[in-house]
Design a protein around this ligand. Sequence first.
Ligand code: PLP
Length: 638
Amino acid sequence: MDSTEFRKRGMEMVEYICNYLETLNERRVTPSVEPGYLRHLLPTEAPQEPEDWDQIMRDVEDKIMPGVTHWQHPRFHAYFPAGNSFPSILGDMLGDGIGCIGFSWAASPACTELETIVLDWLGKAIGLPDHFLALKEGSTGGGVIQTSASECVLVTMLAARAQALKRLKAQHPFVEEGHLLSKLMAYCSKEAHSCVEKAAMICFVKLRILEPDDDASLRGQTIYEAMEEDELQGLVPFFVSTTLGTTGSCAFDNLPEIGKQLQRFPGVWLHVDAAYAGNSFICPELKPLLKGIEYADSFNTNPNKWLLTNFDCSTLWVRDRIRLTSALVVDPLYLKHGYSDAAIDYRHWGVPLSRRFRSLKLWFVLRSYGISGLQHYIRHHIKLAKRFEELVLKDKRFEICNQVKLGLVCFRLKGSDKLNEKLLSIINESGKLHMVPASVGDRYIIRFCAVAQNATAEDIDYAWDIIVDFANELLEKEQHDELSEIMNRKKQDTLAQKRSFFVRMVSDPKIYNPAINKAGTPKLSMELPSPVVSRGSAPIIRTQSSVDHNSWISWPLAFLFNSNNEEKGSNVSLRFRHLDTNVRPSSSRRNSGAGSSPSPENELDYVNVQQQQQMEQRSPRRSPMAVRKASSTRDNLN
Ligand code: PLP
């Protein structure tokens, strides 16, 4: 394709995109296809010869579009918004046209400098403290664009881990890094996004997942108690990930409380994940939701969720950029340049080396809407959510399940989880509306999010009408089914009674005794057999629903489940990764004198402590951790 054809095709593409967005409501929100549908429509090999552009575009409409979920559709109310706007699309188009790879300042100075400036703009608009801004006099912090919120959490956890290991290594120079790593503990709420658990898996650290309060908000006292308990076990708290605007119900962890409690644990990195909600803080009336940010070491929000900016654009600010980059710096000669000391090299701020010119689209969005335009957009979505909440509240068959502060409403039919599952399933199957569920406070709820950029009050009313229609249909059917079930049961009961009476009449003359007859048949116990299984020294496994513990630990290595945790007095369940199963170490090992048969972890401890003791006998410095570790391991082995 030469530039003459590109001009022609480019205009056609703009036309196609405009048509697509303007006529979206004529399409189903979700596709009606089975997995593998596309494989049957496309050849198995790439074409050997060039193909005609018109044919490619025909295939887009005939083969690709039928499998697309339309996230910009006015009836799409699932997840959080996928940012999209014409200025952003044009910004990305220009970035693609320039096609630079801005891994260092020298690799494309404008790419780096615009990112720094735009992140300062947005940081100021959100109301972040000055120490997060790169260009503020005396600031040590700064902002960077990452691909996703998951990546923001990962890189901050990596930085916190590096910082903690450095500190521990300075205190215990003769203890192996791997052993120090095994002592690190990160924390988050049960309501935190799963990306925190994924980050812990990648960082190879334990993560303690804590129970929030009834409003799905993690409290300072909960964090404090967990950390204190862990420190007593010889563990080292190093990272806390809090959430402002949880994925499930847009709840807010109590950042001021958590921040204050963390003052008692110097060196613990406090991260704030505000992937969706953070964008709304550009509105002055919503800034109180950011309270406590002064305690944070890092903060992320996704303009590609709720700031009219297309994926990918996840913005991360850190209080101290050196602490971030020192965890990620690798500096081969071919990437060095003459201005390394004077300029930012964003390759040190994240996982990938190569980086797109992503700041262009954010710059286009900020300039063409202005902060006031973006505030208007956010407020409009909140107004729509409030309207939906009012509609739900008016219908007494439904209930609201979250505090509607922003654009997300969580609701459900008063009734069982199963009933709500059925409701959501028939709505989504219809293709008329799309929502997703969440489990909040162990209840199944339906999430309704204001998503489309230009959604109107009529769109909200229309969506509610669809929900009510399906709810009417479902409740009628349920009532009918329930009635026929009762009738059937009654019929069967009478038949069974007659049969049983006949049998007993024949076989048991006592049945004639009216007193016995009155007593009836004993009720079947509804108690299920205990889900607790114990085999020798194997761990006790409970299904998650049966666990009465308030927190659990996500553990990086399965073999560590055999550790002697209970003997160390821990009351926290461990969780197999990827399995909905909780584990508590068996106490039977202690009963069988298992202290003398060390688990791999104990063996490691034993070897390390021996090494450590030998080393430290030679060294004049004897650390408190080594003393505690040595005595506790001795206790374990005795
Ligand atoms: N954190 C929160 C609070 C979220 O709501 C989400 C996604 O919705 C994420 C993290 C993950 O975002 P990403 O897809 O950008 O990794």
